[in-house]
Design a protein around this ligand. Structure first.
Ligand SMILES: [Zn+2]
Length: 416
């Protein structure tokens, strides 16, 4: 295998052009993109992407959940390809970069290798995963999760959107129900480039985030049971006020997450009083908690902090506080060899960088469960994402694509 000089660079203008060209599929008045998965705009961008891949000499295959795989042959076709890519669907009021950057940068990598006449030893394969966003169909990252064996294909095909249309029907309606069994196509490694969707890189003026971990998530449903009574006649010391207890619960979640920082976060996102009334002391409240950390030990520690703190609040206030974990996603630990490969590429290219944890879920986090995987982050303006104002610079997008290309070349090797 020959070593490729780090002066091989992608075409920044061409990459920027494709990002803006595809942004017209579902363009919104405020400069964002509305491209819900498996809708008409998603079909438009998929058709565009398929054509562009075929024009670049790739064989495009589609699996039973509509994920697109564009294969560039390598010298040794007995080896599973290095996968690279992301997603082309967006939030209802999404931006031009979330997912799009990683998918189109992968295309730009292939175009650059074609122009330079470089054949890799191991094949490479661009992926456009179906429904990363999860806003039309739940869950998010459903196709890569099914690919990684977390759900059966039938389970996902039966999921319905708000209008009652199933994933299967939506796939048929745009002609993207493929014949390839989900998970059949194997990868030797998978690398995803993405905007950070957070503020750290920008604040520290770093160009590349070398992602080594993804947040684990614990979701809880909770219920506080006090006693409803008259707001005028019940003396303060005799009250068993569920809402007052919830107020302490919310502050405790905040304090506990902060104490386990900097990477732990905790949120009470929903709270519903069972029978709200101006002159009744609330007797029953349902609430939810979302706790995240890149460390399993921290998630465990927070869980036990919550239990002991809530028990103390419940005793003191003479209410019941029940809560149960309804969903748990372990932290993602990206493959150290691949993380090092990303970091080496970053250094060889001379970009400033730092190790970083992904706060959001990504397709690469699912892939990491079954194959060595890694992610590359670039800054986005003010850390804003899932918003029409989402923005990133041409220079940073190009830096991310160059890092992606040199990581992939290090993993796939150059045929001599
Ligand atoms: Zn995304």
């Amino acid at each position: 295998m020959t070593k490729i000089a780090s002066n091989l660079q992608i075409d920044s203008t061409r990459l920027w052009g494709t990002i803006h060209e595809t942004a017209k599929f579902g363009a919104t008045a405020k400069g964002g993109v509305r491209r819900l998965t498996l809708g008409p705009e998603d079909k438009q961008v998929r058709d565009w992407f398929r054509k562009a891949c075929e024009a670049a000499g790739l064989e495009v295959h589609i699996d039973a959940l509509g994920s697109m795989f564009a294969l560039r042959r390598g010298r040794d076709m007995s080896k599973p390809p290095v996968g690279l890519g992301s997603h082309l669907d967006t939030q209802p009021t999404g931006g031009k970069f979330d997912g799009v950057l990683g998918t189109l940068a992968a295309l730009e990598v292939v175009r650059t290798l074609n122009d330079a006449g470089i054949e890799t030893e191991i094949p490479i394969c661009i992926v456009n995963w179906t429904n990363e966003e999860g806003s039309r169909f739940a869950p998010a990252t459903m196709a890569s999760a099914a690919y990684a064996g977390e759900y059966s294909t039938d389970n996902i095909l039966a999921r319905k959107d708000a209008s009652g249309m199933s994933v299967g029907e939506a796939l048929d309606s745009i002609g993207y129900r493929g014949s390839e069994p989900v998970g059949q196509r194997k990868f030797g490694a998978f690398v995803e480039l993405h905007i950070e969707q957070g503020p750290l890189l920008e604040a520290e003026r770093k160009t590349i985030g070398v992602v080594d971990r993804g947040q684990g998530i614990a979701w809880y449903d909770g219920k506080i049971t006090g006693f409803e009574s008259h707001a005028g006649t019940t003396p303060m010391p005799l009250r068993r006020d569920a809402l007052a207890a919830l107020s302490e619960v919310v502050l405790a979640v905040e304090r506990i997450a902060r104490a386990r920082g900097p990477n732990a976060v905790g949120t009470v996102g929903e709270a519903v009083i069972a029978a709200p009334s101006r002159n009744v002391i609330p007797g029953e409240i349902a609430f939810t908690m979302d706790i995240r950390s890149p460390s399993s030990e921290t998630l465990e520690a927070i869980d036990s902090d919550l239990r002991s703190t809530f028990a103390e609040i419940a005793t003191r206030r003479r209410v019941e506080i029940g809560f149960e974990a309804i969903w748990r996603k372990p932290p993602t630990i990206f493959n150290p060899r691949l993380v090092d490969a990303v970091e080496s590429a970053t250094k060889a290219l001379g970009y400033s960088h730092r190790r970083i944890t992904s706060g959001a879920g990504h397709d690469a986090c699912n892939l990491a469960n079954i194959v060595p995987a890694a992610m590359i982050f670039v800054p986005c303006k003010d850390g804003v994402s899932h918003n029409e104002l989402e923005d990133a610079t041409q220079t940073d997008c190009a830096a991310g694509a160059n890092t992606l290309m040199h990581t992939v070349l290090a993993l796939a090797g150059v045929a001599s």
